[in-house]
Design a protein around this ligand. Structure first.
Ligand SMILES: Nc1ncnc2c1ncn2[C@@H]1O[C@H](COP(=O)(O)OP(=O)(O)OP(=O)(O)O)[C@@H](O)[C@H]1O
Ligand SMILES: [Mg+2]
Length: 252
């Protein structure tokens, strides 16, 4: 199974939005997609299921009390599933950090067999236990970059973390980037976009996700962008990105 990890230690750069929107796009095409939320903020979870009704969450997997399969719940979209997070996940950070904790997802994912076509992991804005355990389980890493003056700061640290994760994960194929919160009306966005293209070359996807208010509204309405505003620029951009990313997942 291909395992896509969305990672970037900078906060608010569209990780959760991307995890949900790409997963929803693929589910609409008929693929069975498992989203895994390993962010104690639980934003992805709250966006797609009724948080108060959850019985289990991924903290129990890290604590060795449940299997991944036992935490998975369905969503209102037929092919879209989630292993949810709750804020109690933050307590896992206090657990003893053994190799086994870091390997939690890597160990659990293969046990799902062929139940899902693809897994998409949403991570918190840090390079701690959750992001590292996701990188150790991933086959592909997708990094959102907001074209701002400071956007390249931190990419080096993320890269170093990925290099270290590779030592425990021979299956980690490649890392790709895409631009988010792009505003083509501003010169600075255009200039920085060019700098990123020069620096990242082919590892930067052609699709940039534009700033689009429908995306924020859809989250408020607890719907995917395709349910809320299928003709919006946000839906168009994520459909385009989902095609590019799917081709990468298939061929790399
Ligand atoms: N293309 C977009 N246009 C407008 N608003 C957006 C867009 N993408 C995301 N947002 C909004 O920006 C905010 C941050 O997005 P999101 O939660 O996806 O970022 P994140 O990287 O997951 O944040 P964190 O690091 O805290 O987990 C949210 O309020 C979201 O609705
Ligand atoms: Mg998030």
């Amino acid at each position: 199974m291909k395992v896509l990890c969305i990672a970037q230690q900078k906060g608010g750069v569209c990780k959760t939005t991307t995890a949900l929107s790409l997963s929803a796009a693929w589910a609409l095409e008929g693929r069975r997609v498992l989203m895994i939320d390993v962010d104690p903020q639980a934003n992805l979870t709250r966006n797609i299921v009724e948080y108060e009704k959850l019985k289990f969450d991924v903290s129990m997997i890290y604590a060795g009390k449940k299997k991944l399969s036992q935490t998975i719940v369905g969503t209102s979209s037929p092919n879209l599933f989630i292993a949810p997070a709750r804020t109690s996940l933050s307590r896992v950070e206090n657990l003893e950090r053994s190799l086994s904790t870091y390997n939690t997802l890597k160990r659990e994912l293969p046990k799902l067999g062929s139940d899902y076509d693809l897994a998409v992991i949403d991570t918190p804005p840090s390079l701690g236990i959750f992001t590292v355990s996701a990188l150790i389980a991933a086959t592909h890493v997708l990094v959102p970059v907001q074209p701002t003056f400071f956007c390249q700061e931190g990419l080096g640290d993320l890269n170093q973390t990925i290099i270290e994760a590779r030592e425990s994960n021979a299956g980690l194929a490649s890392v790709r980037y895409f631009m988010t919160l792009f505003d083509k009306r501003t010169v600075i966005s255009q200039d920085i976009a060019q700098l990123l293209r020069d620096r990242l070359g082919k590892s930067l996807f052609a699709t940039a996700i534009r700033r689009n208010v429908a995306i924020e509204e859809s989250q408020y309405a607890q719907k995917t962008i395709f349910e809320y505003a299928p003709k919006s620029p946000g839906a168009d951009d994520f459909r385009a990105l989902s095609r590019e990313v799917a081709a990468w997942l298939e061929n790399d």
